[in-house]
Each structure stands twice: as structure tokens, then as C-alpha cells.
Design a protein around this ligand. Structure first.
Ligand SMILES: Nc1ncnc2c1ncn2[C@@H]1O[C@H](COP(=O)(O)OP(=O)(O)OP(=O)(O)O)[C@@H](O)[C@H]1O
Ligand SMILES: [Mg+2]
Length: 572
């Protein structure tokens, strides 16, 4: 196999340059300026400095003369004019090297949404049909990322659209590799969750989970990040990186912009555009990332896992010291010779200093691995704490569940008590039960004698059954008989006495909000049928009046306002 090496300089997009420059000026304090380049730290003056360019991205490419491993014949999406008009799903999940799926079907909801819009759906891209574009989240050298709302489930996602058209097979294959990596690491807690990808009009679209912000944005927002938080970020990123290194893959583009923070404050590795196999890296095709984060040995064309460790180390330095990293010049070299500027490094604890220095060791063989770093006493302690937190969470969940079970038991006891009371009243002839044969049933407009059913099998004590559905509006509040009776009254006033079927639906729905009653009937009834083991079925014996006639309902007024039980719905 023969390879030729091409070296090229790639400049970052002006937009992100501006953004960074704008934020640059927020960084304080300014160290003593000795050399223009050496201490060119970030400041912020409230507006973008368009004159200052972002560091160029030096790219050393080792391009195999041999064709890439993507099987083009399998792909229905191509650069050809005809085919590129049609959206094609891209997925490597099937196990094959490139299992491009076929033409994407338009989901009915997406089609409906599209047709409801003024633009004719046939002119709309798959992206426009499926998503409502909200805001632009960011931009890198390869793509623009938008916050979107999925028309089918109304949820928010991020969609990355490649900026450049597929110029040819090689370029397309490189872009599609990112999909493979996203899919591979999507399940890891510290890697971004990937949803799906497709290509259309010679562009790649990738749908992924929406994160709150990038680590770079977080740094500019907070300026000073407490050291405790730095350690947590380091732990998250080491875990994410370990998942790559365990598979013999290297990221090659670790930097603050490529780390995203989700709503739970978890840091996630993103942008797998340059990820490459360690073995292939030095032989085939490797592109190094941002020069500010680049390990020194990359200049000699040595790609290894240690390069990622260096990038992470220097990113931690930037994060903990609020230091502007140089893209070249004397300071760039000093940082790669193990000389970290005192005025910055002295701000952080010795423990963190040591870790950063260890990660930024000039010799890649002396740099700690992800396993060694994760074995650092502080990180071990944090992991233990996390574990105990998980145990604590599990315990509290167990406690909540047992508390709920206890309440259900109590409710059953109450039910039994009511039952006994009715029996007693019946014995004392203070209460006349209505037997099942007396219970009129409505079949349309005609009242018929009801067949004896389990719900009225106990003489005089018809059973009122209702199901607790966690998502219904009844959740987390006290339940009063009146809640149920109110709904029954309303139902009876509309329909007269319900049929057996109606009664079952009635009691199975959550009667707090009568507007939901009709809808709930079907849903809860079917839910009960399909998931009987999950339902928390309560049986409450109640005065039978509600089934005999509307006027009898009034007799139950003595129960109104009586607290039956407290619902404690598990938050789970
Ligand atoms: N899932 C997401 N949620 C929120 N913001 C995102 C998401 N993905 C990307 N971004 C934002 O978009 C920016 C660019 O995304 P990304 O790094 O994937 O593009 P790129 O073109 O590959 O960048 P690079 O120049 O690093 O190669 C990120 O820095 C981040 O601010
Ligand atoms: Mg990026």
C-alpha cells in the first residue's frame, strides 16, 4: 500500500473565531505582558474582535491511495444530481461496514405538518419536513448545529448539518465516518447521544440529543470555575475518553468546544469527526485537531492515545486557570516543554497542578493513561462518593415504594372497615342493600336487569373500582370521595345510569378532571387490560346508590369531603 502525505492549513470559520474573541476579552486577570504571543490571554470588551483570527487548524493528512473502506455500491445516496435529492438514512448499526439504509419514508406526522405549511411538501427537504428549526447552537469547521423541534414528538434536539457539499467519494466517506463513531459511543453516559443520520442534497444531517452548552460557553459564562467542579469535569471526560481508548480509538480533537454539558451537568464528549483507529492513525489517514490543544508529537506524525491525554490536560489548564491557549509561538512551545506559566498555575491546588503536568508531559510515554488518571486518589474518592450516592438514590426509591405500598395497604384496611360497617348496618336493619338483580342496567335507553357481576357480588356492597395511573392529574394529591362522586354525578347527569361497560370505564378513569374523563375511559381501560400487573387497583366499597339512580347519588353526600387516602405517586 502506498500513501502520500499532504499537509494543509485549515482556518477556522470566522463566526466561531468572533465568538471566541468576543468572549476572550472577559478573561481576567491579565498577566504581565512580557511577550506579545507568550501572554496573549483572553479578555472581553463586550463586542467581537473581528480582526483577531482563531488559530489555524494545521492538518497533516495521511491519505491512503487505496480507496476508503466504504462500500459505495451499497449506498443509495450519492453525489449524483438525481440521487442526492432524495434523503437516505445513514447507519452503521447493522454491523456491515457501511449499511446505508434506503430512502427515508416521511412520517405521517411530518407529512401532515409539511402539508399544513404553505410550502409544498415535495419541495421541502427531509430536514424541513421533520423539524422546525429554532436557533443556531454553534458552528465548527465541518458543520453548523441547530436547535430543532421534532414535528413528530415535539421534543427538542440538535441537528448538525455539514457545511460543505460532498465533493467526492473520499470526502463523503470521511464525513460518514463521524456517524459510525457517534453510533458507537451513543450509549455511553459521557458521550453525546446520537439519534439518527441521513444525507440529502450532498449534505450530511445528524440528529442528536440537545445539550445545554459547550464547555467553552460554560467557561465564558462562569469565568471562574470552582476546583471541585473541575475535578468532576475531569472525571466525566476521562470516563468518556476511556471508552474510546478501550476500543483503540483516538479522538484527536479534544477541546472545550467539543465537550457538551447536558441539563444534569454531565460533561459529554462530542464531535467524533476526527476519531481514528490508533493502528490506522499512523499509516492511513489522520487529521489532527485544533493546534491550541495539539500534542507536540503530532507534528512528527505520531498519533497515539497519549495525544488525547495531552489535549485533555491542556484543556483542563485552560478551564482551571482561565488561560488563553496560544496556537503557535514561544508560549505554544513552552507549554509543550512542560513549562507552565507560574502566574496561572499557582492559582490552582498542587494536587490539580500535578495532574495537569502529568497529562501534559512532553514525552508521550510518560503521560498517564486514562486508567492511571482514574486511579488518582481524588478521582477514586469521587467515584466512591458517586457510587454511594447511587446507593442512596436506590434506597430512597425503595423507601418511596414501600411507603406507597403501605398507603395502599392502609387504603385496603379502610375499605375493609367500610365493608364491615355496611354489614353491621345491614344486620341492624339500618341499611337496605340493593342486590345485583335489582341493579338496573342501561343498554342504550332501555333499562335491563344486570347480570350479576363480580363488582356487585357482595350483597349490598357494590364495588367501586378505580385505577391509579401515575401520569393522570390525580397524582400527588389527596383523594376524596367527592372527587369520584363529582365525576359520577356529571356522568350520570349526562348519560343517566351507566351501563356495566360504562361503569367500568367510569371507575377506571381518573375522575378529578371531568374533561379528561371521556379520553381517560378508553386509555385507562385498555391500559388495565394490557398491563394488569402494573396497575395499582384499589377496591373501595361504596354506597351503591350511584349505580341505581342519579337521585341516590345524593345519599352519598355524607361521604363528600371525606379523605379516602393520600396518593403518593412514585416520581420514577
Ligand atoms: N448536541 C448539541 N447540543 C448543543 N450544542 C451543540 C451540540 N452539538 C454541537 N453543538 C454546538 O455546536 C458547536 C459545533 O459543533 P461540532 O463541534 O460538532 O462541529 P464541527 O464542525 O465538527 O466542529 P470542529 O471545528 O470542532 O470540528 C459546538 O462547539 C457546540 O457549541
Ligand atoms: Mg467541534
Amino acid at each position: 500500500m502506498f500513501f502520500h502525505i499532504t499537509t494543509q492549513l485549515q482556518y477556522k470559520k470566522n463566526n466561531s473565531i468572533k465568538q471566541r474573541n468576543n468572549m476572550d476579552k472577559q478573561r481576567l486577570p491579565m498577566p504581565e505582558i512580557i511577550n506579545d504571543d507568550k501572554h496573549r490571554h483572553k479578555q472581553f470588551n463586550g463586542h467581537f474582535d473581528s480582526n483577531r483570527f482563531r488559530p489555524p487548524k494545521v492538518k497533516t493528512r495521511y491519505i491512503a491511495v487505496e480507496n476508503n473502506n466504504l462500500n459505495r455500491s451499497q449506498s443509495s445516496g450519492s453525489c449524483s444530481a438525481n440521487n442526492s435529492q432524495i434523503a437516505h438514512a445513514i447507519s452503521f448499526r447493522g454491523g456491515s461496514e457501511c449499511s446505508d439504509a434506503g430512502i427515508l419514508p416521511t412520517s405521517p406526522s411530518a407529512a401532515a405538518a409539511a402539508s399544513s405549511m404553505s410550502t409544498t411538501s415535495c419541495n421541502m427537504s427531509h430536514f424541513e419536513q421533520c423539524f422546525e428549526r429554532l436557533t443556531k447552537l454553534g458552528e465548527g469547521s465541518f458543520g453548523e448545529v441547530f436547535q430543532v423541534r421534532d414535528r413528530s414528538d415535539s421534543r427538542l434536539y440538535a441537528v448538525k448539518i455539514s457545511k460543505q457539499l460532498f465533493r467526492g467519494e473520499q470526502y463523503r466517506a470521511e464525513r460518514l465516518e463521524e456517524v459510525r463513531r457517534y453510533e458507537e459511543f451513543s450509549g455511553h453516559e459521557n458521550c453525546i447521544r446520537f439519534i439518527r443520520a441521513w444525507e440529502q442534497y450532498d449534505r450530511l444531517f445528524m440528529q442528536m440529543e440537545l445539550c445545554r452548552e459547550s464547555l467553552e460557553q460554560y467557561l465564558y459564562r462562569c469565568r471562574h470555575i470552582p476546583e471541585d467542579r473541575i475535578w468532576h469535569i475531569l472525571l466525566d471526560l476521562l470516563r468518556g475518553l476511556k471508552s474510546l481508548h478501550d476500543r483503540n480509538l483516538i479522538h484527536l480533537d479534544i477541546k472545550l468546544e467539543n465537550v457538551l454539558i447536558d441539563d444534569d451537568d454531565t460533561c459529554k464528549l462530542a464531535d467524533f469527526g476526527l476519531v481514528i483507529d490508533v493502528d490506522k492513525a499512523n499509516n492511513h489517514q489522520a487529521t489532527e485537531g485544533d493546534s491550541r490543544y495539539m500534542a507536540p508529537e503530532i507534528l512528527q506524525g505520531h498519533f497515539s492515545k497519549a495525544a488525547d491525554i495531552f489535549s485533555l490536560g491542556i484543556a483542563m489548564l485552560e478551564l482551571s486557570c482561565y488561560m488563553d491557549l496560544p496556537s503557535n509561538g514561544p508560549l505554544w512551545h513552552e507549554l509543550r516543554q512542560g513549562k507552565l506559566p507560574e502566574e496561572f498555575i499557582s492559582k490552582i491546588s498542587v494536587e490539580l497542578q500535578q495532574v495537569i503536568k502529568c497529562m501534559m508531559s512532553p514525552d508521550p510515554r510518560q503521560r498517564a493513561t486514562t486508567e492511571q488518571l482514574l486511579a488518582h486518589p481524588r478521582l477514586v474518592r469521587m467515584q466512591k462518593q458517586e457510587k454511594s450516592m447511587v446507593t442512596l438514590k436506590l434506597l430512597s426509591k425503595c423507601f418511596r415504594r414501600s411507603r406507597r405500598a403501605f398507603w395502599l395497604k392502609m387504603c385496603n384496611l379502610k375499605t375493609a372497615a367500610y365493608r364491615c360497617l355496611f354489614y353491621l348496618l345491614e344486620i341492624l336493619h339500618l341499611y337496605k342493600p340493593i342486590t345485583s338483580s335489582q341493579t338496573p342496567m342501561y343498554n342504550g335507553n332501555t333499562a335491563t336487569a344486570a347480570p350479576s357481576s363480580p363488582s356487585t357480588s357482595v350483597a349490598g356492597v357494590p364495588r367501586l373500582e378505580f385505577q391509579l395511573v401515575g401520569s393522570t392529574p390525580i397524582g400527588n394529591r389527596d383523594c376524596y370521595i367527592s372527587d369520584f362522586l363529582l365525576a359520577m354525578d356529571m356522568d350520570l347527569s349526562q348519560h343517566g345510569t351507566p351501563t356495566a361497560c360504562e361503569r367500568e370505564n367510569l371507575v377506571n378513569s381518573t375522575p378529578i378532571n371531568h374533561n379528561h374523563l371521556t379520553a381517560n375511559r378508553q386509555r385507562s381501560s385498555s391500559a388495565r387490560k394490557t398491563r394488569p400487573e402494573k396497575s395499582n387497583l384499589l377496591s373501595v366499597d361504596e354506597n351503591c346508590s350511584f349505580v341505581s339512580s342519579p337521585s341516590k347519588v345524593l345519599e352519598t353526600s355524607s361521604f363528600r369531603g371525606k379523605k379516602l387516602f393520600t396518593l403518593d405517586v412514585d416520581e420514577e
